[in-house]
Design a protein around this ligand. Structure first.
Ligand SMILES: C[S@@+](CC[C@H](N)C(=O)[O-])C[C@H]1O[C@@H](n2cnc3c(N)ncnc32)[C@H](O)[C@@H]1O
Length: 310
């Protein structure tokens, strides 16, 4: 199941919760990546079912095309943003679907690939776009946002304690020389820390939260998640299920809140609601984390659509 592009997380759990083991049905993988979850779904639904795979990264679409080639007559791959889910489905003339999976964030390929600029482990151009056709990237953000705007995103999307100090130093340094590479930015974050913090043995690299914040802003990840989830709930058929795997608290909070707001008992205007299947999020087993340490922060939430006839 592991491919070198990305090792999928919580695969058996997703298959069970999506009920794909019955065979048939139309399923959507909103975050195709290397096609790991899609392949597992296809192994169960082929040849009666159909899988629609969406990713905004053309490199993911190309890899998944190869990975899923034995099922290709029952696969539709779309390069697009899941925030436009209804439009994507309407172009494919698909009205309702049996199950949907979102596996949020970036793939190992995006993190590892030099030149994509998601990681400070290697020096690279500060890019961080998932959609390579988008103009706005991390370089533009770092060199054009005001000190106040930078502080706000580091606080809001990185929950970074030293936001003010970091944005102050960014603004001073970029006047001398533009900040163009991941290493330049990571070093600058370290320089901005108070002396005692600089000397400490770090549990996580001090630039982790700043990089997360920039990535979220560049790709407008939380806005896309809200839009995508609400549209996903709309297009599900009665008893259709939605699985969302998130990797940090900001994402998980949005999933939890949207599920809660759409719970059946609270719905009065729409003729549908959700039944929450996982009262608490599902976490990977210790065995899975041992095999794939990147799975350690994953949280899976599942809900089922209920359409009322009255
Ligand atoms: C964690 S990876 C998914 C890995 C995949 N489940 C697998 O098994 O290989 C997340 C993927 O979602 C894509 N993605 C993130 N946000 C997206 C969005 N708003 N629209 C479309 N794709 C998105 C990323 O480009 C990335 O390829």
């Amino acid at each position: 199941m592991m491919n070198s592009f990305h090792a999928p997380v919580l695969v058996n759990e997703v298959l069970q919760y999506l009920n794909c083991t019955k065979g048939g049905g139309v399923y959507i993988d909103c975050t195709l990546g290397g096609g790991g979850h899609s392949k597992a779904i296809l192994e169960n639904i082929y040849p009666d079912g159909l899988l629609i795979g969406i990713d905004q990264d053309i490199e993911a679409i190309e890899t998944a095309k190869e990975e899923l080639k034995s099922y290709i007559d029952k696969v539709k791959l779309v390069k697009g943003n899941f925030k436009n889910l209804e439009e994507i489905l309407s172009n494919l003339k698909v009205e309702t679907v049996s199950g949907i999976i979102f596996d949020l964030g970036v793939s190992s390929h995006q993190l590892r690939e030099k030149g994509r600029g998601f990681s400070f482990r290697e020096d690279s151009y500060l890019d961080m776009r998932m959609d390579l056709t988008q103009k706005f990237d991390a370089n533009i953000l770092i060199n054009s946002y005001s000190e106040k705007e930078l502080t706000e995103i580091f606080e809001k999307y990185g929950e970074e304690r030293f936001s003010k100090r970091i944005s102050r130093l960014i603004v001073i340094e970029r006047q001398k020389k533009p900040i163009i590479t991941t290493r330049q930015l990571a070093d600058l974050v370290i320089r901005a820390l108070p002396k005692t913090k600089k000397r400490e043995k770090w549990r996580i690299h001090p630039a982790t939260r700043v990089f997360q914040a920039i990535r979220i802003e560049v790709n407008q990840e939380l806005d896309a998640l809200e839009k995508g989830l609400n549209q996903a709930i709309k297009v599900l058929e009665d008893r259709g299920r939605i699985c969302v795997i998130s990797y940090h608290s900001l994402e998980d909070r949005i999933v939890k809140n949207i599920f809660k707001e759409t719970e059946r008992e609270k719905i009065n205007q729409k003729n549908y609601g959700l039944k929450i299947i996982t009262k608490k999020p599902i976490r990977p087993s210790l065995e899975e984390i041992k095999k794939n340490p990147k799975a350690r922060s994953a949280k899976l939430r599942v809900a089922e659509k209920i359409i009322s006839v009255s």
